[in-house]
Design a protein around this ligand. Structure first.
Ligand code: UDP
Ligand code: MG
Length: 316
């Protein structure tokens, strides 16, 4: 039987902690009863340097319930790192993990479906929202614009999937081989490459407390998502430079041709054109330098170059 770890990052979540602890324990009990997970499955709360009573509450829950574990980070490092810390700590003591936010916005009832899909042989199961009506119009528009932009930038992401996902032990193990410090988990999962599937659910309102993701953090996450996975923005600069140079040459040919047939183009044509031409050359050069920096950036990440799926035959 597989031991499940529910990994829950918490930052100043005193308002919801007990409620989510109860809900998640119920999920475990239900799955244990149905014989889908092992008896010693557990919830791991990761306290991301909270300033309120979150850790005290986690300690209390741990004392009351044997299936509640806690991990306290020394300082606030942000959702992505807190989640990573939880997953990596959980992987050695579990067979499968499900990460979920503390605020119960994600539907805990689909965890069962995730486990079923895991038993069907999937290593990663994404929780995908099929309804965003509980989000504000602004959040909906920005989020969807973001997913589209990621696609344009050539980053593989799962549309409308946040960090509610199941990962097998070996998927977490592979993930832990990605040593980069600019983390954008949603972008990293497709790189792992094992068999994946999705479950769909309706995203709800926060049970209590406030969002810990103000616009500033959201924009930072979005920028990180693009800049950690794509060097396309640099290519765009190079392209812009090349296009400007090309247009300048066309305009110069036009001006010269007009001059030859005795019709002088008005204004400071030659001056303006040379300014634009040089501007184009500069952009192109910056872009070229950028391409090299982009390559260095990708090299220093030292990502694994491949992940093995299976090996047939004896390995000795
Ligand atoms: N969170 C965290 N560290 C932070 C910010 C948030 O661990 O610095 C956790 C938070 O406790 C919650 C999850 O990340 O469990 C998602 O945050 P939130 O629900 O506030 O984001 P939203 O759903 O509004 O985007
Ligand atoms: Mg939330």
């Amino acid at each position: 039987m597989d031991r499940l770890a529910l990994v829950v990052p918490c930052y100043n979540e005193e308002a919801v902690l007990e409620i989510s602890s109860k809900a998640l324990r119920e999920v475990l009990e239900n799955l244990i009863q149905k014989g889908k997970i092992a008896n010693d499955s557990f919830v791991l709360f990761v306290d991301d340097g909270s300033k309120d009573r979150t850790w005290e509450l986690i300690e209390q829950e741990h004392q009351k319930h044997s299936n509640i574990k806690g991990l306290k980070l020394a300082a606030n490092v942000g959702h992505q790192f807190a989640l990573t810390a939880g997953l990596i700590s959980a992987k050695d003591i579990s067979d499968v993990t499900v990460s979920i936010d503390a605020d119960l916005q994600d539907d805990v009832t689909v965890i069962e479906e995730m486990i079923d899909k895991f038993h069907d042989g999937n290593d990663i199961v994404y929780g995908v929202r099929n309804d965003r009506s509980s989000d504000s119009f602004f959040k909906r528009m920005t989020a969807q614009g973001f997913y589209k932009m990621m696609a344009v930038m050539g980053v593989k992401t799962v549309y409308n999937h946040a960090d509610f996902r199941l990962m097998s032990k070996r998927a977490v193990e592979q993930f832990s081989q990605y040593k980069e410090t600019n983390l954008y988990l949603r972008g990293m999962m497709p790189l792992i490459g094992y068999k994946t599937d999705s479950v769909y659910y309706e995203r709800k309102e926060r049970v209590a407390g406030e969002s810990k993701y103000p616009l500033k953090k959201m924009l930072a996450l979005a920028f990180n998502g693009i800049s950690s996975f794509s060097i396309k923005p640099i290519s765009l600069i190079t392209t812009a430079g090349a296009v400007i140079i090309f247009l300048c040459i066309l305009a110069a040919i036009y001006a010269l041709f007009s001059y030859c047939i005795g019709h002088v183009v008005e204004g400071w044509t030659s001056l303006i054109l040379s300014i634009w031409f040089l501007g184009g050359v500069q952009l192109l050069s910056i872009g070229l330098i950028g391409q090299y920096i982009g390559k260095i950036y990708i090299e220093v990440k030292q990502r694994p170059r491949y992940n093995v799926e299976t090996f047939l035959g004896k390995q000795d």
